[in-house]
Ligand binder design. Structure first.
Ligand code: PRP
Ligand code: 7HP
Length: 188
């Protein structure tokens, strides 16, 4: 039987409140603005999960930014486990050659997505290439990734909200949380 989705009611626990996220995004924006003072920056957002983070972070940055969007998929298997497959669903719209590029991600889990993306983007000869992620889940890492800006390091739990989904739902929650176990039952 199909379960009725109850966006907030399906949440068992809030890990990061809206206020905590907004405060941290402001701090990241300040740090990035200092580090890139006097430069122009190209933000490459990795859709779809990073959309809210990108929207907030770019407005917290005070140096001139260009934005570009890529969409890659790493989750072919189930809703919560990586298939290890990375496919480009949407490529960059403009050249990044000679530009200072900052990849904006919502979460680094196994690292497979970013590992692929880093190699791909390095091949486009940017002047510099760094990574900013809202969430880092180091317990799940399969490949080592050097991350330049991290919002929060989180435990090994599947999280939703603020862009992150379970079965494409829950992205529009304003906080990051964990779902009730019954939501996963029979899902994925
Ligand atoms: C999620 C997330 C990262 C990736 C991280 O994307 O946005 O891009 O998985 O996982 P990894 O470190 O194990 O590779 P997903 O493919 O679920 O797409 P989405 O952003 O559209 O939800
Ligand atoms: C991908 C992903 N998507 C949503 N929640 C998580 O905890 C995730 N890890 N990797």
């Amino acid at each position: 039987m199909t379960r009725t989705i109850d966006l907030e009611g399906d949440v068992a626990e809030i890990l990061l409140s809206e206020a905590e996220i907004q405060e941290r995004v402001a701090e990241l924006g300040e740090r990035i603005s200092d580090d890139y003072a006097g430069q122009e920056l190209t933000l490459v957002s990795v859709l779809k999960g990073s959309l809210p983070f990108m929207a907030d972070l770019m407005r917290a940055i005070t140096v001139p930014v260009r934005i570009d969007l890529m969409e890659v998929s790493s989750y072919g298997g189930t809703s919560t486990e990586s298939s290890g497959l990375v496919r480009i669903l949407k490529d960059l719209s403009a050249s990044i050659e000679g530009r200072d590029v900052l990849i904006v991600e919502d979460i680094i889990d196994t690292g497979l997505t970013l590992n692929y993306l880093l190699r791909y983007l390095r091949g486009k000869n940017p002047r510099s290439l760094r990574i900013c992620t809202l969430l880092d889940k180091p317990a799940r890492r399969l490949v080592e990734i050097q991350v330049d800006y991290v919002g929060f390091t989180i435990p090994d739990r599947f999280v939703i909200g603020y862009g992150l989904d379970y079965g494409e739902i829950y992205r529009n929650l304003r906080f990051v949380g964990v779902l009730r176990p019954e939501v996963y039952a029979g899902g994925g």
